[in-house]
Design a protein around this ligand. Sequence first.
Ligand SMILES: C[S@@+](CC[C@H](N)C(=O)[O-])C[C@H]1O[C@@H](n2cnc3c(N)ncnc32)[C@H](O)[C@@H]1O
Length: 205
Amino acid sequence: MGKLLGAAELEVSPVVANNAMNRGRRLASYSRELGLDLAGLLPGRRWLDLCCGEGHALAEGAMLGADVTGVDLVDHFAVRPGRNLRLVVAGVPGWRPGERFDLVTVVHGLHYVGDKLRVLADVAGWLNEGGRFVASFDVASVEVPSRRGLVATLRGQGFGYDARAKRIWRTGPAVIEFPYDYLGADDTAGPNYTGQPAVVSYYGS
Ligand SMILES: C[S@@+](CC[C@H](N)C(=O)[O-])C[C@H]1O[C@@H](n2cnc3c(N)ncnc32)[C@H](O)[C@@H]1O
């Protein structure tokens, strides 16, 4: 384990500020990554995408009639905001919306976040009744006293997790308090399953 980093140090880490990471996925790619038919799902829905990158998928969603909010730590947006497309430069956890959503997604973004469990808990509070959350997520990037215990805790709090697809999801809102204390993030762990260097988040209980 390297030195554990706080939020400010993590934001300027070369792993997080890495320009080689893919920020340019389109909506079809988002659908494949998330196992969702987004083109069918999005019309008329309120969609929040965290760690949105350049925003191409969001612009496509807005064109389909979704009301879209994208949030990213850095302004690498390659699309223009519009009446139903908001682009916000902010980090998670920390940023908070003033509304609830029908769909919240994170495509290959949690890999670079420090307190990943805080984001999962926050997002659960931002869903409408019946609202869906789906994200790329690998429990191997979370260091806890027992990883099996973590998966059981996530399932106990209403999250689904697919270890093969590296995906986490939930339906509907909840107030969630995980039984872990966030200790900090390690940006020296090397590549994760995507082949890109990622951030491992450390927790005690
Ligand atoms: C691999 S890119 C994926 C971008 C987009 N979701 C896609 O699939 O095209 C990861 C994105 O997460 C953003 N990011 C990293 N840490 C973040 C944080 N703490 N809060 C918000 N965005 C973050 C990065 O700036 C980057 O744009």
